[in-house]
Design a protein around this ligand. Structure first.
Ligand code: 76R
Length: 283
């Protein structure tokens, strides 16, 4: 018999998989050319075949998303972006690669571990309605109703893309980690929500002017890695990468509060194209 007590809370299940969203890891490597010079042609061809199988996004052990790219500059030779509900599925790509015949010539250079999220600044349908009114739409007007419906229709798809994204068919990418400042007098995390929300709305607005040219994925590293967020940008043309980052430097959220880590610029390839580009076991 109930005595008005609420039922015991459901025990929280133990799991490595987030209740929503995916784990996301960016991995960067370079080739050790001295070690490579010691490999025979046969060994190289074997190493190449093993690597192509491990990095095949359709392979039997592949995580949900696996993207290979050729990195520009000396920071790395190539990069991998991996996403999956299970973190060890992602980690196993790194371990299989390092344990493969190619592993002996690979030097890991950088990694960033994060998880997908829906930011607290993404307006709910209700908040979006309030915003429309604040911007001059009359509540209940046909224009207001149409805009609200369009947002309500778009939101589930946008949230799916934030949590479990498809990679866009864009060839140029840029990854960098970032923080929001926590300095005396300039501490993002001490600002009231309304103020942060206003700055993030300005940020989103300038981001949206790049629709059709740049796609972004923000993943969170708080509690997981050395920086608070990972920013992954894909662009139809690399010039848009510099244009969007420059433009955002003027938004208050970036101008006053953003701190950035190293930028990795890379070009999306298949695993075989990456190995060709790096002159690994070319026939
Ligand atoms: O998710 C959304 O699209 C909703 C609006 C939005 C949020 C909440 C948004 C839009 N961003 C959000 C959150 Mn962003 N973003 C960056 C960078 O280089 C810099 O100055 C900053 C790096 C870029 C280039 C970029 C691009 N954004 C965030 C957050 C999390 C903050 C938090 O939760 O506290 C960070 C760290 C961040 C950084 N952003 C957009 C873009 C672009 C292009 C858009 C528009 C997306 C669209 O087309 O809708």
């Amino acid at each position: 018999m109930s005595h008005g007590r609420s039922p015991a809370p459901e025990p929280i299940p133990i799991s490595l998989e987030p209740t929503v969203g995916w784990h996301c890891t960016h991995l960067y490597y370079r080739f050790d050319r001295a070690a490579l010079a010691k490999m025979s042609g046969d060994q190289l061809r074997q190493a190449r075949e093993e690597a192509i199988a491990i990095l095949d996004p359709a392979g039997p052990s592949a995580p949900q998303r696996l993207q290979t790219s050729v990195v520009s500059g000396h920071k790395a030779d190539f990069g991998l972006m991996l996403m999956d509900p299970h973190p060890l599925k992602i980690e196993s790509v790194n371990q299989r690669l390092m344990a493969s015949s190619l592993g002996a010539v690979l030097v890991p250079t950088y990694s960033f571990v994060s998880i997908t999220e829906i930011s607290e600044y993404v307006p709910s349908v209700e908040q979006y309605g309030k915003k429309l009114i604040a911007e001059g739409d009359a509540e209940g007007s046909p224009a207001y109703a149409a805009k609200l419906k369009a947002y309500a229709d778009r939101l589930p798809l946008m949230n799916r893309q934030r949590l479990t994204p498809d990679f866009p068919p864009y060839p140029a990418t840029c990854f960098y980690p970032m923080n929001k400042k926590r300095k005396v007098g300039e501490n993002w995390f001490l600002l009231p929500f309304d103020q942060r929300n206003k700055m993030m709305a300005e940020h989103a607005k300038s981001g949206m002017t790049f629709a059709g040219r740049v796609q972004q994925l923000i993943t969170v590293g708080v509690g997981l890695d050395d920086w608070e967020w990972g920013v992954t940008l894909w662009a139809k043309n690399p010039q848009f990468l510099t244009e969007i980052v420059y433009r955002m430097r003027f938004d208050e959220a970036s101008a006053r509060f953003a701190e950035f880590g190293p930028f990795y610029t890379s070009y999306v390839t298949s695993p075989a194209e990456m190995l060709d580009h790096c002159r690994i076991g070319l026939m």
